[in-house]
Design a protein around this ligand. Structure first.
Ligand code: C5P
Length: 228
C-alpha cells in the first residue's frame, strides 16, 4: 500500500494534480483542505461563533463528515448532505483560515486524516493500493513517512492567474487583482500554523509555474517512480 503526500499553497494546482496522479496510479484521493472547509461550514450552519475557539473545537469533534476518496468524484458528505459545492463559496473560503488555525481543530482533523490514509476511516477506503493525500501539512505532520512527498509550488503570478480562472472564469487584469487580496491573505493566515512554502527534509519540490497540468502530473509521477 502506497501513500503519496502532496502539499502546496492555493493556486499551486495541487488538487487537480493530485487527483490526476491518483487516477493514473489507481489510488484513492484525499483532499484535506475540503475537511477544513467542511468544518467551517459546519460551524456556520450550527451557529457556532468562529471566534469562540473552544466551541469551534467541540463542534468539529462531533462533526458528522464522510470524505469520498474516489479521484473521479471525491464527494464531501456532511450530516448526510453532499456539500462539495457549498464548501467552495467565497464565504467559506474567507473564513476557513480562522478555523484551520485552531490547534484543537487541527488535532482532530489530522487524527481523522491519518485514519483515512490508513484505510480505517468511514470513507469507504479500506487500504487498497494506497492513496494520494493533499493539503498544507501532509508531507510534514499528517504523513511524514509517506512513500513519496512532494511540495508543489508556483510563482505568485501563476497562482493568482489559476485562482482567477477558477473563481472568475477569466484571468484578465481586473479578475487577477480581485483574486490577489484573498489568495495572499489566506496564505499569510495559513502560514502561522504550517510552513508549506519551503520543502522539509526529504520532500521534493515541483515548481509548476511554467508547466501545464499534464507536465506537472508527469513531474510528480517521476518523483513517485524514483521513490519506489
Ligand atoms: O486547499 P484548500 O484551499 O481547499 O484549503 C482550504 C484551507 O484549509 C486552507 O486555506 C487552510 O486554511 C486549510 N488547510 C490546512 N491544512 C491542510 C489543508 C488545508 O490548514 N492540510
Amino acid at each position: 500500500m502506497v501513500t503519496i503526500a502532496v502539499d502546496g499553497p492555493s493556486g499551486s494546482g495541487k488538487s487537480s494534480v493530485s487527483k490526476a496522479v491518483a487516477a493514473r496510479l489507481g489510488l484513492a484521493y484525499l483532499d484535506t483542505g475540503a475537511m477544513y472547509r467542511a468544518a467551517t461550514l459546519w460551524c456556520v450552519r450550527t451557529g457556532v461563533p468562529l471566534e469562540d475557539a473552544a466551541a469551534v473545537a467541540a463542534a468539529v469533534r462531533s462533526m458528522p463528515l464522510v470524505m469520498g476518496v474516489d479521484p473521479a468524484a471525491p464527494g464531501v458528505t456532511l450530516d448526510g448532505e453532499d456539500v462539495a459545492a457549498a464548501i467552495r463559496t467565497t464565504d467559506v473560503t474567507a473564513a476557513v483560515s480562522q478555523v484551520a488555525t485552531n490547534l484543537e481543530v487541527r488535532d482532530e482533523l489530522r487524527r481523522r486524516q491519518r485514519e483515512i490514509i490508513a484505510g480505517e476511516g468511514d470513507s469507504g477506503f479500506s487500504g487498497g493500493r494506497g492513496i494520494v493525500a493533499e493539503g498544507r501539512d501532509i508531507t510534514t505532520v499528517v504523513a511524514p513517512d509517506a512513500d513519496a512527498r512532494v511540495l508543489l509550488t508556483a510563482s505568485e503570478e501563476a497562482r493568482l492567474r489559476r485562482r482567477s480562472l477558477e473563481v472568475h472564469g477569466t484571468a484578465d487584469a481586473t479578475s487577477v487583482e480581485a483574486t490577489r487580496d484573498q489568495v495572499l491573505r489566506r496564505d499569510r493566515d495559513d502560514s502561522t500554523v504550517s510552513t508549506f512554502h519551503v520543502a522539509a527534509d526529504g520532500v521534493v519540490t515541483v515548481d509548476s509555474s511554467e508547466l501545464d497540468l499534464e507536465q506537472t502530473v508527469a513531474a510528480v509521477l517521476t518523483v513517485v517512480e524514483r521513490a519506489a
